[in-house]
Write a protein of this length. Sequence first.
Length: 429
Amino acid sequence: MHFSRLSSIRTNVTKKLSLTSLFPRYLNIGFWDKVEMGPADPILGISEKFNKDQNPKKINLGVGAYRDDQGKPYVLPSVREAEKRIYEAKLNHEYAGILGVPEFVKVSQSLLFGEGAEVLGSQKVCSAQALSGTGALRVGADFCKRFLQNNKDFYVPDPTWANHIPLLADAGFNVKTYSYYDSKNIGLDFDNLIKDLKEIPKNSNILLHVCAHNPTGVDPSPQQWDHISQICKDKEHFVFFDSAYQGFASGDTEKDVYAVRKFISDGHTPIIATSFAKNFGLYGERAGALHIVAPTSTKKEEVDSQLKILIRPQYSNPPIYGARLVSTILQDNALKHQWKQEVAGMANRIITMRQLLVDYLKKNGSQKNWSHITSQIGMFCFSGLKPEQVDKLASQYSIYLVRSGRISIAGITSHNVEYLANAIHEVTK
């Protein structure tokens, strides 16, 4: 009885001295009352539906990651060799500098601008390793916001990669668009693109895709790039390039960066965000770089100092492993040659799948013009499929893609292309 009574007293005292009774004013505050459920990511939603589907013929054409002809993730043999060499070198795991692994920064410059490029020899390029393309874009956007204070607007192509818009908006810019894609002709709306670049205010901030435009797969020709460069120069527009697919678009690492090199030769001083996710298959390693072209070597040093100040409170310094993989490959001539062959092989598989899809559509009796599938380039294709047709592909054939009609060509293989073509033909009759 004695212990039972003590236990009862202790329970009553505990209730009376509960935190809620002692500090009701603090514990009743809803710190996160204003947090609401955000919209689901459309790409992740496609993957979730695909994973739940039990149809053995199901196809996922939503995710933007390369797959081999078996539909499996692909690790480049050159990357495997680089992994082996790094392991055998028994390197330490010390911090990189604020601007990253020096060897990586150097090879990323040479890959983008070209070996022996004048802009590199004259010490006008400030470069920093970044958290893949997205991280490079964000650091670049923050840098622009801090130092391009006279212009609060940023113009992106319509359409553009979905992440461009919130990324620039979160950096503090008003995001506006310029004409790019002609949905009626399923191609580049070049006349209106030029018209818009001429009509928007002088000294505007312009974002351009270097190659393999995401999501359309529609790129300007070299002659059209020449014209775009001249208009931007005449209007004194500031240019920010997004280069996510060098080598992966055409299979030629030189051809794919024509726009960047042309703009620089024309006197532009752009920012370029680069990614090594697609062309090296290093999706999860987050290897990328940001390059800022300055007008002089002195200004380059000033930009360099401010870039360090910007990066330091964000993430201090970038991860080293992906950077070591890239630099190991690009510093060795034989391994670099092997990598170029492998990235060309990935690009050629994509090109082959485009052609096979068109061939099977014709074989199934489709009378529609599907030439845009082969004229577009890179991982993505704007198919011209309507949202209701995309819905039918999912419900009737277990084929999943975003409702805009964008197809990730990497999801097509020699084993499923005939089934896909038949399904597309059926929903577009």
